[in-house]
Each structure stands twice: as C-alpha cells, then as structure tokens.
Design a protein around this ligand. Structure first.
Ligand code: IMP
Ligand code: MG
Length: 182
C-alpha cells in the first residue's frame, strides 16, 4: 500500500465490480438508441472523466464527445438551485440526444440544473448516466436513467472522485477516513 492509499478506510467498490457494471450500463445504453439518434455524450469534468472514458467505450453506437465544468452553489441561500458553468460545451445540443455523464449524485442540485439547461437549449432528449448515487442526501427530485451503484452517505474517493483534488486516480471507490476531512 502506498502512502496515499492509507487515507482510505476501506474499499467500497472494487475494480472488477466497476468494470462489470460499466459494461452492463453500456449494453443498456446501446440498446436504447438507434441510427436515427444523434448522440452527444457530455462528461461533467473533472469527476466523471474516468467513468466517461470507460462508459463511452462500452457504448456500441456512434456518438460525439463534449465536456462541461459546472459547479453548484449547493444549498447556499443566495442562489440555491443554480450552477456556475466554468467550462462551456463546444457544440450546440439543439436537436441532439444528450447523455450527461456524471460521477456522483448527492443533493441532485447540479445535475437537475444541467438537465434543465440542456432541455432549454432544445436538446431532442436528455438522459443522465451517473456512476454513483447517494440517495439519502437528495434535496431535489432527479431521475437517474443509468446508474452504476447506490452508495451509503460516506465521503467517497477514487475512480475520478476527489477530496481536495486528490485520490482521483485510485482505480477503485474507497471510503475516505474521517480524520482526513474532519
Ligand atoms: P450535488 O448532487 O449537486 O450535491 O453535487 C454532486 C457533486 O458533489 C459531485 O459531482 C461531486 O463533485 C461532489 N460529491 C458529492 N459527494 C461526493 C463524495 O462522496 N466524494 C467526492 N465528491 C462528491
Ligand atoms: Mg462533480
């Protein structure tokens, strides 16, 4: 075990479990779309980068890539329910079939806003693929079309998820030791 893996309390989801689940989701998505669709896979950076890279390779239909960086104002009273777009899309999603690819849904505020933004721009369809879901923390209604795993309310790192920008490169999902963030 190297130094930074010592910060992980325990492994919640192994590399093997992730690989199998991502393939399953890719198969389902591949069946949900056909040649009439004009699919754009939108990765929400940076957290979704690893999931995005694995998932798009498991999807057996033509698609294009785009990326966004968004940050939610969370539940702050000033602008609850709004997101700040830090990096805008390259392409116009009007008429496109959008698949939003996100690392984890917590309060749901970020992706509920992004979904509305895509619909507002005239996307033909908008679906959400989320690697992880922490349903106990939800503050807004949000439908997840394609989900990897439901997780307990713990602070998770690895497979793209960070704490203070670290741990994204762990190949599994781990529970971060409380002493690291408390
Ligand atoms: P929300 O659903 O708007 O609350 O925001 C979800 C975002 O919070 C994700 O994209 C992550 O960036 C971050 N997040 C939530 N829970 C965790 C966690 O356990 N580990 C790392 N990042 C998390
Ligand atoms: Mg994120």
């Amino acid at each position: 075990m190297n130094d930074f893996e010592k910060d992980v309390e325990r492994i919640l989801i192994t590399e093997e479990e992730i690989r199998a689940r991502v393939q399953e989701i890719g198969n389902v998505i591949s069946k949900d779309y056909n040649e009439d669709n004009d699919v754009v896979a939108i990765g929400i950076l940076k957290g979704a980068s690893i999931f995005f890279a694995d998932l798009v390779r498991a999807i057996k239909i033509p698609l294009i890539f785009d990326f966004m960086i968004v940050s939610s104002y969370g539940d702050s009273s000033i602008s609850s329910g709004e997101v700040d777009i830090k990096k805008e899309l390259e392409f116009d999603v009007h008429g496109k079939d959008v698949i939003l690819i996100e690392d984890i849904i917590d309060t749901g505020i970020t992706m509920s806003c992004v979904r509305k933004i895509m619909a507002g721009r005239g996307a033909n369809s908008v679906k959400l693929a989320a690697f992880l879901d922490k349903p106990t923390r939800r503050k807004v209604d949000l439908h997840i079309d394609y989900l990897g795993f439901t997780t307990p309310d713990e602070f998770l790192v690895g497979y793209g998820l960070d704490y203070a920008e670290k741990y994204r490169n762990l190949p599994y999902v781990g529970i971060l030791k409380r002493e690291i963030y408390e």
